[in-house]
Design a protein around this ligand. Structure first.
Ligand SMILES: Cc1cc2nc3c(=O)[nH]c(=O)nc-3n(C[C@H](O)[C@H](O)[C@H](O)COP(=O)(O)OP(=O)(O)OC[C@H]3O[C@@H](n4cnc5c(N)ncnc54)[C@H](O)[C@@H]3O)c2cc1C
Length: 381
């Protein structure tokens, strides 16, 4: 279906990443999931293909790719291993691209090349115990003192936290100003007063790491500030609009994997003397999955195309994220149903995909937050 809308270059990227996903990411996914272990060999294989620099300017070691190319890449990675796609997204879309978008030349030269080849891992820290959907409520403080900002506070649920060297961190200079008091800093792993506490027990995307970050009188040089004081919130909303397309693409990959596993099982499993694919109830589930995967992919391509053209795309990104995350959850649910009892057990892909899909309706703006954004746009509020 999507070939109709892809350029030659995009098809080449898709087939290259699909090959890696089939050959390496998907076969490794069950063991990494069970162990809850960070998939370093996936990261290395992806770095060898240059994927961590995909949307990074050539000047800083990347290949200057488009939002559409990134969406296609994320879909294929997620189809093989959803956890690896979260690692990739946090690293590239939320950390490296943030520095690329708002960093000075000096900051870019210093931090981006090592992120573009994954010699350093990146993370993004906005969420706090008291600030998730209401992200302007952050209370981690950055007090300016002698050429430094002194950070105090805690961040929660930071993807790649345990492995990252470079953290993009949001903090406030005056919490009473809410969004207008926020700034963004690059914090390095070995900073004084910076502690990383891994968080365990995730339902899905278990091979990705998640961590609490604690700052106790942590000095960050003023030259590590990204953009101006008071601009951190606006910058972050801009970045999240783009990375939501990435999450939507991740959802398409999860839904596609659930669909493919269902097709193959439905043709193989026999009940009442015939393939279950011949039962109408199963056919309807497969038909809904096929339709919703196509629809989600088209919404992703539309949002990414607008972004590449420099046109407004925030509402389209929210629509893509809302629909694709729901489609991924429905597809994974149907995949478990089609697999019957077997589908409830690891290591069937359906069992893992069902758990992996769940978080996509929560992170990078929950489904409720996406509906708020869409409703405000369509109602002109
Ligand atoms: C695996 C994982 C990885 C993550 N990675 C990162 C990361 O790398 N960096 C980072 O900064 N954060 C990360 N997060 C945090 C994530 O973005 C937040 O969990 C998410 O934004 C929701 O915030 P919350 O958990 O505080 O929920 P809350 O904001 O407390 O929301 C609870 C519920 O209330 C609903 N709700 C809240 N406000 C409204 C409203 N106004 N109208 C209607 N409903 C509403 C929500 O939709 C949700 O259903 C991650 C989370 C997870 C689970």
């Amino acid at each position: 279906m999507e070939d109709l809308f892809l350029t030659e270059d995009e098809r080449l990227i898709r087939s290259t990443v699909r090959d890696l996903a089939d050959r390496a990411l998907a076969p490794r996914a069950p063991d990494y999931d069970e162990a809850g272990e960070f998939p370093w060999d996936n990261v290395r294989d992806m770095a060898d293909l240059g994927l961590f620099g995909l949307t990074i300017d050539e000047e800083y070691g990347g290949s200057g790719g488009t939002a559409r190319q990134l969406a296609i890449t994320i879909e294929e990675i997620a189809r093989g291993c959803a956890a690896t796609s979260v690692i990739y997204l946090a690293h590239l879309s939320l950390c490296a691209q943030y520095i690329q978008a708002f960093g000075t030349k000096g900051q870019k030269r210093r931090f981006i090349p090592q992120l573009a080849n994954a010699r350093r891992i990146g993370a993004f820290a906005l969420t706090e115990p008291g600030a998730g959907s209401d992200s302007a409520a952050i209370s981690t403080t950055a007090a300016r003192k002698d050429g430094h900002y002194v950070l105090n506070g805690a961040k929660l649920f930071t993807t790649n936290g345990a492995e990252a060297d470079t953290f993009v961190v949001l903090a406030t200079q005056d919490a009473t100003l809410r969004s207008r008091g926020v700034l963004t800093l690059i914090v390095e792993r070995d900073s004084e007063g910076f502690t990383i506490n891994p968080q365990h027990g995730k339902m899905g995307v278990r091979a990705s790491s998640t961590a609490e970050l604690v700052f106790q009188d942590c000095p960050v040089p003023v030259e590590n500030r990204l953009g101006s004081e008071g601009e951190g919130f606006r910058q972050t909303m801009q970045m999240l609009n783009g990375s939501r397309i990435g999450i939507a693409a991740q959802c398409v990959g999860i839904a596609q994997a659930a669909y493919e596993a269902s097709l193959s099982y439905a043709k193989q499993r026999q009940t009442f003397g015939k393939q279950i694919a011949e039962h109408q109830a199963v056919q309807w589930m497969v038909a809904d999955m096929a339709t919703e995967v196509d629809a989600a992919r088209l919404l992703v391509l539309r949002a990414a195309t607008l972004m590449d053209r420099g046109e407004p795309f925030a509402t389209e990104a929210s629509k893509a994220k809302l629909f694709a995350s729901q489609a991924a959850n429905r597809a994974a649910n149907s995949a478990v149903q089609i697999h019957g009892g077997v589908g409830y057990f690891a290591p069937t892909p359906s069992e893992r995909l069902y758990r992996d899909a769940r978080v996509t309706e929560i992170y990078e703006g929950s489904s409720e937050v996406q509906r708020l954004i869409i409703a405000r746009a369509v109602l002109g509020l």
